[in-house]
Design a protein around this ligand. Structure first.
Ligand SMILES: NC(=O)c1ccc[n+]([C@@H]2O[C@H](COP(=O)([O-])OP(=O)(O)OC[C@H]3O[C@@H](n4cnc5c(N)ncnc54)[C@H](OP(=O)(O)O)[C@@H]3O)[C@@H](O)[C@H]2O)c1
Length: 265
């Protein structure tokens, strides 16, 4: 039997990209799914593509920037399914703007969605997992959660912050049978750069060349499922871009020299 058969899995950012691919892969493995993001219509489109019974899918729109409704939404999930086995904190936005051109409002916006929205949802789900004495919390960070990069000061900061939060929490709940997996994807072929915000809050609307050549979201989703199955604590997904993580850790000066020469996109 699949690890995910009949498991209740809540996925944020389920309306596109990696979240959509995760929804499809998990539905095929027999999971019961809660699909969340802002765009209800897109969640319904994703739902229509899934191999799943209607009773096993709940569409639950949410805006990660609005944490006032988080606890009520979590209660809705518990009322429907009675438990939450896996929370996949995948929803997020990227940024494409120089630090000097980025208003503080945009720094805050990116932090509200990627960091505060994610930890608020996690804090609302955690008590149920602790009571169940089981659970798995996944957070989709990024390789820029491990090092900074051009045009991503706010985005990279929001992803770095997730590591501090989730590594601390993982230690605290180690003996409660609630696991934490931090995923750091490199380039994955989604609309992440198209949907990114610029310094004044407008949509970037450009597909980065490197993202377009990235790994497919389906392959990324399969690696995430393997990471959950094998109870990994941290998972790096990508191609040659992953070398930057090791270079930064062991040869920081050389890393600085090489990374500065990368294309600014
Ligand atoms: N693609 C990559 O190369 C890459 C690399 C590293 C990390 N990541 C991370 O992977 C995750 C998924 O991104 P993706 O690549 O699949 O990009 P994507 O196609 O743009 O998907 C982003 C998802 O997040 C949702 N979202 C955005 N703002 C939201 C908000 N305020 N409230 C709720 N949901 C929100 C979007 O749905 P709605 O618009 O419907 O709200 C969408 O479903 C993100 O956390 C991203 O940072 C991606």
């Amino acid at each position: 039997m699949s690890t995910f058969q009949n498991k209740v899995v809540w996925i944020t950012g389920a309306s596109s990209g990696i979240g959509e691919a995760l929804s499809s892969a998990l539905a095929s493995e027999g999971a019961k799914l809660i699909l969340s993001s802002r765009r209800k219509g897109e969640l319904e489109r994703v739902r229509s593509t899934l191999k799943a019974e209607d009773a096993d899918i709940l569409i639950l729109p949410l805006d990660l920037a609005d944490t006032s409704k988080t606890y009520a939404l979590t209660k809705q999930v518990i009322d429907r399914f009675g438990r939450i086995d896996i929370l996949i904190n995948n929803g997020g936005i990227s940024q494409r703007s120089l630090t000097k051109d980025t208003s503080l409002d945009i720094d805050r916006k990116v932090m509200e969605v990627n960091y505060f929205g994610t930890i608020a949802l996690t804090k609302s789900v955690l008590p149920y997992m602790l009571k169940q004495k089981s659970g798995h919390i996944i957070v989709i960070s990024s390789i820029v959660g491990k090092f900074g990069f051009y045009l991503r000061s706010a985005y990279s900061a929001s992803k770095h912050a997730l590591h501090g939060f989730f590594e601390s929490m993982r230690m605290e709940i180690y003996n409660d049978n609630v696991k934490v997996l931090i995923v750091c994807p490199g380039k994955i072929r989604t609309n992440i750069s198209v949907n990114a915000v610029t310094g004044d809050g407008s949509k970037h609307n450009v597909m980065d060349e490197s993202t377009d050549k990235g790994l497919s979201p389906e392959a990324c989703a399969q690696q995430i499922l393997n990471g959950i199955r094998s109870k990994q604590e941290e998972l790096f997904i990508g191609g040659i871009d992953l070398r930057a993580i090791w270079l930064k850790r062991f040869f920081p000066k050389l890393f600085s020299k090489i990374i500065r020469k990368q294309k600014m996109e």
